[in-house]
Structure formats: C-alpha cells, structure tokens
Write a protein that binds this ligand. Structure first.
Ligand code: MV4
Length: 449
C-alpha cells in the first residue's frame, strides 16, 4: 500500500486526486509553481513543494524537480493527472529508475499509443475496427496518390506523432493530395519532431465516441461503456455525455467487449480511453489515450465508481474492485467544461474571481479549484471547472443541468458559461442529434452568445 502520493498537476484534477487519496488514507503531496502558491490544491494537500517558476516547462513539466519533490517528501508514487507529463513515456521510465511508482500504464504502452501508426496497427491486430487507409506509414507522394485513388476521395493525411488536430490535412480530390501530404509531413516534423504520416478515408459526418477501459496489468480488463464527446470546438471538448444518445445496449456491449479484450490482450494497466469515430452505425478506431481523461466524471456518475481510487489500487498491484458483470449503467450524466474565456471569441480571460458560488443538490457535482478572491494565473490551461449532472434519464439530466447552471455564480472574470445556456436551447442538443462538426458550424452562424 502507498503511504504517500505526489500529484504532478494543478487545478481541479489535482483536487480530484487529493480527494481520492484522503478517502483511501493515503497522504498527498501537492507540487506548485511560484504562480500557484495560493492555489487550492496546495491548501488541500497534506504537504506541498514549490517546484519552479510559472512556466510549465520549468515547473509542472520538470522531471528532475518532480523527482526531487518525491525524495524530499518521501512520496512513493506519482499521479500525473491529465495533460502535462501524463502521457510521457520517458517520465515513467525515470520514475521507475528512481524506485518510484507511476500511477498509470507502462512506458511501453504509452509509447505504443503515442505513435498513431503503431497504435492503429496494434489495435487492428487485437481485433479493434479501424478507419480504412494505408497499412502503416506512407513515404512518398506517389504512394499517397495511389492509396487515395484506390480508396476514393475524400482522404485525410495524419502525422503519426500528431495530436490536438495538428498535423492533419484533408484532401477532397487528387488536386489537393500533394499539398495535403507535404503539409502534414512538415507540420509533423516541425511541431512533433516526426515527419511520418499515414492516410485514412475521411469520414464526413461522424460522432466522436470513446470507450473507457480499465486493465489490471495482468491480463484482466473491463470496459465502462462510452462517452459521447462530439461537441467540440477546435479539438477542445465542450460538453460530454454518457451514455451516448445514439448507442444501444447491444452495440455498447459489442464494442465494449472488443475494447476490453484488446487491452487485456496487451496486459494494459489502469485507465485508458479508446477513441472512435462513429458513422452509419460503425465504429472506426482513431487513437487511444493512456491517461485519466478530463471527462471521466460522467462515467463515474453512471457506474457509481471512483476511477482514481481504482487507478491507485492497480498501481499498488491490487486486483480491480469490480468485474464486468458488476458494471451496470444507472441513468445519464452530462459534463460542461467551464473555461476562463470570453465568448464568442473564446479569448483567455485570466484575472480575479470576485465571487464563486457552486451549485448543489441531488445529482450535481462541481469539480473546480477556484474560490472567492482566487487569482487565475495566465500561464496554464483555461479550464477552471467542470459541472457534472447525473439523473435517471437524459431529459431529466438536461433539466438538472439547466437548474444547476442557474445556481452557479462565477463573477469577476469572463467564462464560457453563457455558451451552455444557449446550447441548452438548441434543438440538436436537446435531441442529441449532433456530429463533430455541429458546434463550430452553430458558433459561426449564431448571434446569441
Ligand atoms: C478523422 C476525421 C475524419 N476522418 N479521421 C481530429 C483529431 C484527431 N483526434 C482525429 N480527428 C479527426 N480524425 C478520419 N479518418 C475527423 C477528425 C476530426 C474530429 C474528430 C473528433 C472530434 C472532433 C473532430 C473535429 C474535426 C476533425
């Protein structure tokens, strides 16, 4: 059993991990930059260590500083949260070289999934359905043109090291293929240090549906259904829900079983998310995330489980505390990501929170590290809170969300809250009839917010 865990993160996710530690009787160590001395995660943890100046690269991303903080405090394990070093295979390697434990998968699994070509090949071999496309990387423009012609346009060229929508180019006809190929390649090289690209059929109206999986690292794994994350803007999720309004129980069990068997087959340890595009009733694997995701609370809500507790248990070498048959969906959950941004431009809006009042009541969870008088620093991600509602069904969850939003007060800064009031009035959101392109199109044409 761990006696003390260091959390290599900040904001709401650091609080999330500290809370799980406290409930498990494990001491928590917060780390912080000089810009975060007054942050809530520092106050809430049992101990804290300053690990550097404001820039993430010199603090939350500094591996030597994090290892030193473990040595100073006697922490035996590190929880990375999401972002920062959560999917850095080298970090995991260094942690293990120092006799510490990383709360998450192995360096090897992170490395495999971090390279999209290798991830896709691995998943295909494990029986996971993938988007049709090139087998492995594409080296030349001639090869790219040939594959696109055989498959039919439109196609998409993706950098194998890409992420967050960078290094992706669509070609709608053979006129675009040369430019798409060379742009994806050079973006891959300049942004991610790897020019390797691959080609896929471009799906025009898919939904983004991701399956939550959990492995014990010893060949056992379960799935925890799907999350529908189709409402995105510039590859940033805005509104997520579970279950998806378009997936029935038989489909869920079929794709869930495929995913659980796949991760069991590689002895995957801890939480993972297998991302799919879903179009015309078919799933197409795109990538796997080897971390706990921002939107994990909607899954926790409908299954009534604590995913961070489970991550810690697995890192301690304990078995999963539930079997697949124990995992039954109860109701519907929705999450809104609240950013310190001014809409409709989504311009970052750091500053002082003059007043904060969190909503409450049945089926309402507010994960946030802000407080009255808190000064949001300008150096980090603009996510300042997640409002999660849970109810017996989707209609009731939408009503509960509207009610919770009406109670929530964040004064002093601009936030994305006005967006959610407007979204809840849209027919497509109410009915659940949206694709990955809907939100951006609606924002372009919408005078309301
Ligand atoms: C695609 C696609 C259509 N067809 N792949 C965007 C980021 C990366 N995770 C994969 N992405 C996409 N891959 C094929 N073959 C469309 C997207 C995409 C997207 C995916 C999920 C959620 C929002 C999106 C917004 C634009 C494009």
């Amino acid at each position: 059993m761990f006696n003390k865990i260091l959390i290599a993160n900040r904001g709401e996710i650091a609080l999330r991990v500290i809370r799980a530690c406290r409930e498990m009787g494990i001491k928590s160590v917060a780390v912080h930059s000089t810009a975060d001395s007054d942050a809530m995660h520092v106050r809430m943890a049992d101990e804290s260590v300053c690990i550097g100046p404001p820039a993430g690269s010199e603090s939350y991303l500094s591996i030597p500083n994090l290892i030193s903080a473990c040595e100073i405090t006697g922490a035996e394990a590190i929880h990375p949260g999401y972002g920062f070093l959560s999917e850095n295979a080298n970090f995991v390697q260094v942690i293990e070289d120092h006799g510490l434990k990383f709360i998450g998968p192995t360096a090897e699994h992170i490395r495999i999934m971090g390279d999209k070509i290798t991830a896709k090949e691995t998943m295909r071999n494990l029986g996971v359905p993938c988007v049709p496309g090139s087998e492995g990387g594409v080296e030349t423009i001639e090869e790219a043109r040939q594959i696109a012609e055989d498959m039919g346009y439109p196609v998409i060229i993706k950098a194998t090291a890409g992420g967050g929508g960078r290094g992706m180019k669509v070609a709608t006809s053979e006129d675009d293929i040369d430019v798409a190929f060379s742009t994806a390649r050079s973006e891959g090289k300049s942004v991610f240090g790897n020019p390797e690209v691959y080609i896929e059929k471009y799906l025009t109206l898919p939904r983004h549906i991701e399956i939550q999986v959990f492995g014990d690292g010893k060949g056992k794994a379960v799935h925890l259904g799907e999350r529908d994350c189709s409402l995105q803007r510039r590859h940033q999720k805005v509104f997520e829900e579970a279950p998806s309004p378009v997936i029935d129980e038989a489909t869920r069990q079929r794709i869930g079983k495929t995913c659980a068997e796949a991760v069991a087959g590689i002895n995957y340890a801890g939480a993972g998310t297998i991302e799919f595009l879903f179009e015309n009733g078919e799933f197409y694997f795109i990538e796997m995330n080897t971390r706990l995701q921002v939107e994990h609370p909607v899954t926790e809500a409908i299954f009534g489980i604590d995913l961070v507790r489970e991550q810690i248990r697995v890192a301690e070498g304990l078995p999963l505390s539930f079997a697949q048959d124990d995992l039954v969906i109860n109701g519907h959950a929705i999450e809104c990501r609240i950013n310190a941004e001014k809409v409709p431009e989504f311009r970052p809006s750091p500053g002082t929170v003059l007043q904060y009042h969190a909503p409450g009541g049945l089926g309402v969870r507010m994960d946030s590290a802000i407080y009255d008088g808190y000064k949001i620093p300008p150096y980090y991600d603009s996510l300042i809170g997640k409002l999660i509602v849970h109810a017996a069904d989707r209609r009731t969850a939408l009503a509960r969300l509207e009610r919770a939003l009406s109670e929530l007060v964040i004064d002093g800064i601009d936030t994305t809250l006005p967006l959610f009031d407007a979204l809840l009035r849209q027919e497509e959101v109410i009915s659940g009839d949206y694709t990955i392109l809907w939100l951006e199109k609606w924002l372009e044409t919408n005078p309301e917010i």
